[in-house]
Design a binder for this molecule. Sequence first.
Ligand code: DAT
Ligand code: MG
Length: 139
Amino acid sequence: MTQVQETLVLVKPDGVARNLSGEILRRIEAKGYSLVDIKLVQAERSLLAEHYAEHAGKPFFEPLVEFMESGQILALRVAGDRVIEGFRALAGTTDPTTAAPGTIRGDLGRDWGLKVQQNLVHGSDSPESAARELALWFA
Ligand code: DAT
Ligand code: MG
């Protein structure tokens, strides 16, 4: 049974500023996933608040939105069979200090002692999230 999916990947402002966009794209392409659309965005606060609505009210919400507003983001529409879970596996777990070596966050990220973790990438976490987030970023 086919499970071709699309997911939203964001190279966050730390990834773009550290010139790691190419390295991150390389890993997505090397895994075998396809780029469907790609754009550099300076995101509005309203888009970011909507994107991260599930985290509204948490202590890291405001620092998270400020971080995501702090520079350009590379937004990607990525396709492939089971790409939603596959990209989450490539990205690694949320905390870059303990994310497994071999993952984007584990290899390229670290803790910078800030109120929000800067962990290089976002990936949709379910088919419902992917549909919602792709509509927001690639309207
Ligand atoms: P993920 O990006 O792995 O899906 P998430 O959706 O739970 O993680 O959180 C969104 C982002 O917020 C995450 O990439 C980094 C930051 N974050 C999450 N939990 C945090 C925490 N406890 N302290 C600091 N930053 C956090
Ligand atoms: Mg998330």
